[in-house]
Design a protein around this ligand. Sequence first.
Ligand code: PLP
Length: 415
Amino acid sequence: MNVTSRIADRRQPSSGKGEESDDARPSTRVLKPRRAAPADAVRPTRAEVNLEALRHNLHVVKRHAGRAKTWAVLKADAYGHGGPAVARTLERAGADGFCVALLEEAVELRDAGIVAPILVMGGYYGGAHELIARGLTPVVYDMAQVEGLARAVRAEEAGAFPIHLKVDTGMARLGVTMAELPAFAERLAKVAEVRVSGLMTHLACADAPSSAETTEQMRRFDAATDLLAKRGIRPSVRHAANTAALLRGDVILDAVRPGLAIFGASPVPCPDKKGFGLRPVMRVRTEVVSVRSVAKGEPVGYGALWHAPRASLVATIPMGYADGLSRSLGNRGHVLIRGKRAPIVGAVSMDMSMIDVTDIPGAQVLDEAVVLGAQEGPCGKDVVTVEEIAVHAGTIPWEIMTHISRRVPRFYREP
Ligand SMILES: *Cc1c(COP(=O)(O)O)cnc(C)c1O
């Protein structure tokens, strides 16, 4: 497909609603090339996305949010679960809006027919016209962005354009610093083309054992709110909570921005034994493609990083680090076969990994192997959680989710 026909394709209105981009400007591209689609899938390595679990988690989150609005965070392709399908499911299930990191991600959601409010938390790099045309709400944190938006608003003859202002209360990533805020507010109050409808900050330590850092950040956030109010800037929505803050009930304010909880994981322990009741949304499965006997003392895989401590049966699965099975899981991680845990042995390679199935009676080619999620089979019932994989890989659940690569097709399931 050439570039022109691809642009022409993208200009097909997808829903009739929320489509205002039918002007002469080429629209921003979504992040292409696209990942493998179910229809193209020959390989047995697949991610199953449970839409019922997604709706369930939204309801758990909304219960915690109370009267605050719930804006599900769907950056990075909805944490690897697939932005359009996740957004459609959550929009129908009553999400109040969505947050994304990039303009491209927001455009992808609008192209998928999403009409709910979308907050673009960063990464629009001068795409002011696109923001206006698509009805997106940008987060601003410097004056050049405000001026760029004001110019675009004048050119489009749009009314005062709603923006959210981000203040840096202690994360030192994005946001107007407390020191800059008085002068910033002074200038911002004079720009008639934008209207500060929201005020936000981001918490650095919402999941820390102590809430001292969060308390200090919120003290500054309140001070920022007062300072802005004195200059006539009174946003109707204030928000700060990510999953950790929300589940702790710390700083709910007017809206919450949960990401991880939507996908079924919590960064904080539940104070009571029952747990938060979140359900994992993604299950990653493949099938054994080869099984061999390995004599005691023989090596397995690149670098001979594992030697069979006894006469062993070793299965090969067609999933490797290029699919998102971290190389750090070599000699550490587990997969489920026939409902039982089996260790990953030797190095994880790009497309394949080896599993010690000596203790799995009957293990054979075509057996299902579950890399993430639950399995029940003749040898039992077990689950590999995203939290467990993160510990084994020396990272965090967010990274595990977002690393399942586009080579792994997503299958959407209603159980
Ligand atoms: C990613 C992100 C969130 C969501 O964080 P979770 O811990 O996944 O809930 C919220 N706010 C901002 C600004 C973010 O970047």
